[in-house]
Design a protein around this ligand. Structure first.
Ligand code: AMP
Length: 424
């Protein structure tokens, strides 16, 4: 019976205080991305399957093996979004992008991939992502990366490592494909079955293979940047120069390609500490995406970062979210005090304090234990005497001092002495 209430593998319930940490991270992202002129865009969680197949590339792992695709009642093929960029591009194409017009948007929310669940790898996970669309300029790429590093710093991430590479552009593809095939062909027997197939279907995907035998072979592959034409090489060098000028450290990773096929020019990944095998906190790059019904591919640069991994990395650094508890607990010593306790709690909530009141008559000891467990800084006690006298007993839990305060002054007094237990 128990597995009837467990969430499905690779999914999970997110409880407080983790939820509060999520909210903090989302709000920090809103504030940070806004400084760079990005506006929030919310797109649907599901789209026509074609949006992803055409946008991400039909030879990618995500499209071939991981999409949650289903037919709706009208026989249309729909897919739960496995990533954010393709949907954002669809939305932008639908809204229209005038020649020379730029759009900067950010998004957040759940993504779905049918991967094998592991630590840091889920089937429903959550991303924050950004897209700067409408320009093809290395300065935009560098600024986008700078914003990601800025955000990670505000989020509290230490020691994040930025890896950088270029995939060149369409014009470079034939030369790179040929050089890669020439390199990999003699190693074909030692490579996994998927990579043997990739030799003919999409040789770039070999660079991204997680199989250790293939990774050993990939380590000796020619650096992509060396195979690119002059224009792509100078685009990459200019991106690096901008990062140097901005003082953003990075490492060149000559074989980084990223898992989706829409990338052109810059690709980057940020790896974090304490994440184990799934150590990529964020990844992104410049892309050209073809959309159904749209003649010209949409160009832009963006990144997505995984919320679950961000949280894991922060916890690994010792930043464990603490339960919030309450600011004030109202104890009712008698049956008759229960309703007045409820009214008092309600009045206190107008002052933004977090307040709970006893709702059943229990012993004083049990109620004080409950208040302690909730971390209440102030306990208000209403008993027979207080009700008769029109007073409230106020107990400061830090110093255990008690005082009797007139009922009509208690809200103002508690307000002055308590700072709300705000969301961290
Ligand atoms: P991608 O869209 O694959 O480039 O991933 C961008 C970021 O999303 C990664 O760096 C991870 O932080 C996160 N991510 C991707 N896939 C998963 C997953 N299955 N589970 C959890 N986080 C993920």
């Amino acid at each position: 019976m128990s597995n009837m209430v467990e969430p499905l593998p690779g999914t999970g319930d997110i409880w407080a205080p983790d939820v509060e940490e999520w909210v903090r991270l989302e709000n920090a992202a809103r504030a940070c991305f806004s400084k760079y002129g990005y506006d929030e865009l919310r797109t649907p969680v599901f789209e026509r399957t074609d949006v992803f197949v055409r946008g991400i590339g039909d030879q990618t792992e995500v499209v071939q093996k991981e999409m949650y695709t289903f037919e709706d009642r009208g026989g249309r093929s729909l897919t739960l979004r496995p990533e954010g960029t393709a949907g954002v591009m669809r939305a932008i194409a639908n809204a229209g992008l005038a020649p020379g017009e730029e759009k900067r948007v950010f998004y957040g929310g759940p993504m779905f991939r049918g991967e094998r669940p592991a630590a840091g790898r889920r089937r429903q996970f959550h991303q924050l992502g950004v897209e700067a669309v409408g320009t093809c300029n290395p300065r935009v790429d560098a600024e986008c990366i700078a914003m990601l590093m800025d955000y990670l710093k505000t989020a509290g991430i230490e020691n994040a490592k930025l890896m950088l590479n270029s995939r060149g552009q369409a014009e470079d593809r034939v030369a790179v494909n040929d050089a890669m095939r020439d390199y990999f062909k003699p190693h074909a027997d030692a490579m996994c079955e998927d990579c043997q197939r990739r030799l003919t279907t999409n040789v770039w995907r070999i660079l991204d293979c997680k199989n250790p035998a293939c990774q050993n072979i990939v380590a000796g592959a020619p650096p992509i940047v060396d195979l690119l034409g002059e224009e792509s090489r100078s685009f990459f060098e200019e991106t690096c120069r901008c990062l140097d000028v901005l003082g953003i450290p990075y490492e060149r990773d000559p074989r980084l390609v990223r898992g989706l096929d829409y990338y052109a020019h810059t690709v980057f990944e940020v790896v974090g500490e304490g994440l184990g095998a799934q150590n990529a906190l964020a990844g992104g790059g410049r892309y050209r995406i073809e959309l159904p019904g749209v003649k010209k591919p949409v160009e832009g640069v963006g990144f997505a970062l995984g919320m679950e991994r961000l949280l894991m990395a922060l916890k690994a650094q010792g930043r464990e979210p603490a339960p919030r508890g309450v600011d004030v607990f109202v104890v009712a010593q008698t049956e008759e005090a229960l309703l007045p306790a409820m009214v008092l709690a309600q009045e206190l909530r107008d002052t933004e304090l977090r307040v709970l009141a006893a709702q059943e008559k229990r012993s004083m000891k049990a109620q004080m234990r409950a208040a302690n467990k909730l971390g209440a800084k102030t306990v208000l006690i209403l008993g027979e005497r207080e009700l008769a006298e029109g007073t409230v007993m106020v107990k400061d839990m830090a110093c255990s001092e008690q005082s009797t305060v007139p009922r009509d002054e208690v809200v103002a007094q508690v307000k002055v002495h308590s700072t709300p237990n705000a969301t961290r």
